[in-house]
Structures are given as C-alpha cells and as structure tokens.
Design a protein around this ligand. Structure first.
Ligand SMILES: [Zn+2]
Length: 182
C-alpha cells in the first residue's frame, strides 16, 4: 500500500492522530481494527429502501425540515473528490410561499458499509437540510441525531484513507474498486 501520499480524508484532524492512522495503514492493521469495531453490514440495497430508511430518521428528528423529494445511491459521486454525499435544494415558487424540495444523494460505496456508516452519512445529509455549512450548529445537529457522530465520521474517514491507499473493501460483496461502477 502507498503510505507516503497525503491522507486527504483526514485534513483538519490533529497531526498526531493523522500520524497514528498513517502508521496503522503502513502496518496493515486498519482492516482488522475496523472489522472488529463494525462487524456487520447493512442490507439496504435499493433507492426505495434507502428513501424509507432516510425518511424514518428524518421523521424522528427533523419532521419540520421540509420535504424530501428524492433519495438515491449515486455511483457517480466520486468519493476521492471528497463527495461523501450531496444535498441539493430545488426551490420553486408556489403561491406566495417559497417551497423547497430536498434531494439527497449518497455515494454508492455506502451500500457496502456497516449500518453505523450509513447512519452517519444520512444524519450528515439530513443536517444539511437545516445547516448549510459545516459549522458548530451543523455538528451539534448531527450529534443530536447520532450521539456517536464524531467517532463515526472519523472512523469512516479512516476507512476511506485505507481504501485510498489501496486497501480492499471490508464489507459487502464483490470489490469493484473505490469508484467502481455498481
Ligand atoms: Zn456536508
């Protein structure tokens, strides 16, 4: 595995922590650590199932945050360009009210992850329905929906760094590569 290149998914974390992750990658220990911490994979395979899954979490925590128009897995979201998910707002004028319909796209790599990672990215995208920026209020909202959010986001970033360094898929079926077509 290439262990010299930068770890773009961990930009912003403390240097000591990044050095630790780099060492774990170099020593080939990431797979074992992550599999031990997250032994299961989820079974959400279709956009319909994903929509219901996201809608359930939204109903529990963000009932008043507008309507979800569309939820889908997107295999064109290249995670190497740091697009973990996207959230777009389509505004249309309806009478005197400006109604916003939200669309959530989740990178297809999340099909083959533990349930914890799918929940983390879902919470992240839902939080964007209220908070545009990755600011303090945004992370407070994420943590409100998922108390372990910070740890999960970090562990996901460790997984992406490991994949970026050439590591294979740790959950789910056949490995199609990090940006492989489904
Ligand atoms: Zn975001």
């Amino acid at each position: 595995m290439n262990t010299c290149k930068p770890l773009p998914y961990l930009t912003g974390y403390p240097a000591a922590l990044i050095a630790q992750v780099r060492q774990l990658i170099a020593q080939d220990k990431v797979a074992e650590l992550l599999r031990k911490r997250y032994p299961d994979s989820h079974d959400i395979r279709t956009d319909k199932a994903l929509y219901d899954y996201v809608q359930d979490i939204k109903n529990e925590y963000m009932r008043n945050a507008g309507q979800l128009s569309k939820v889908m897995f997107d295999n064109k979201l290249h995670v190497l360009r740091n697009a973990l998910g996207t959230h777009t707002t389509h505004s249309r004028v309806q009478g005197l009210n400006l109604k916003a319909k939200k669309e959530i796209r989740i990178a297809s790599l999340f099909k083959d992850t533990p349930p914890e990672f799918l929940r983390m990215i879902t919470v992240h995208e839902l939080a964007h329905m209220k908070q545009r920026e990755h600011d303090k209020a945004f992370y407070q909202l994420c943590t409100h929906m998922e108390p372990d959010y910070g740890q999960l986001e970090f562990d996901l970033r460790v997984y992406l760094s490991y994949r970026d360094a050439g590591g294979g898929k740790l959950w789910g079926g056949v490995d199609a590569g990090l940006n492989g077509a489904e």
